[in-house]
Design a protein around this ligand. Sequence first.
Ligand SMILES: N[C@@H]1[C@@H](O)[C@H](O)[C@@H](COP(=O)(O)O)O[C@@H]1O
Length: 263
Amino acid sequence: MQIVILKDSASVAEYGANIFIKQLKKKADSVLGLATGSTPVSLYQSLIAANKAKQISFKAVTTFNLDEYLGLEGTHPQSYRYFMNEQLFEHIDIDKSKTFVPPGDAANPLEACQAYEEKIKSAGGIDIQLLGIGRNGHIGFNEPSSGLMSRTRVKTLTKATIEDNARFFKEDEYQPHLSITMGIGTILDAKKVVLLATGENKADAILATVEGALTAACPASALQLHQDAVLVIDEAAASKLSDKDFYKHIEAENQKLMARLGL
Ligand SMILES: N[C@@H]1[C@@H](O)[C@H](O)[C@@H](COP(=O)(O)O)O[C@@H]1O
């Protein structure tokens, strides 16, 4: 796991965006795995700016989002499809028919999960998967106790996640308790995984992910198994790590090596 500790959330977004910009320059028809939540919003703004400045194009790109609320149509303002349209897709030169979000309004969600897996496979697999992290260590909507090899499926949200996400819903608005989410196995199949975390309320989850045991109790700990997982976190999210200075030292050495190799 590559651990990059930066001073604040703006630096995290910029570093994360640069990984995606580099990927799109290298492979114009990349398959991107995308995420929702407040953490990736600034990264999306940087990608929009890079697209407007003609540094990168999304014309040949395909995207797959991690998850969606079950029971919300894509036109619902709290749906993740709506979020993606608003925060990214409507501002870039992407072909919307190549942007996929699990269908929250599927008549048969079980079949829809299977179809989503097949769609990812037929697109050639995900080149880079962007992730945020929940306070309880969830990735996508893979809550604690999720199978480490799980595939796209229906998941019940924990009380903690429902409470954390309640801020997006109006007081009397229906808030789903179920979701469709890529599984942990689906996420691990991505060629590269980039997890962003900022703020002190993510510090316990980051500690469990980096220095804790590989366990379904912290779904993000499964990234310990990935060959190319990058954690981009700010000082606050890194504040509980015991080996923080060591990770900074490794990253400085890593940067020197990359510069020497011209990468
Ligand atoms: N399903 C999403 C996750 O994919 C996201 O990582 C998490 C954290 O969100 P935030 O970035 O707002 O803290 O929220 C939701 O539960």
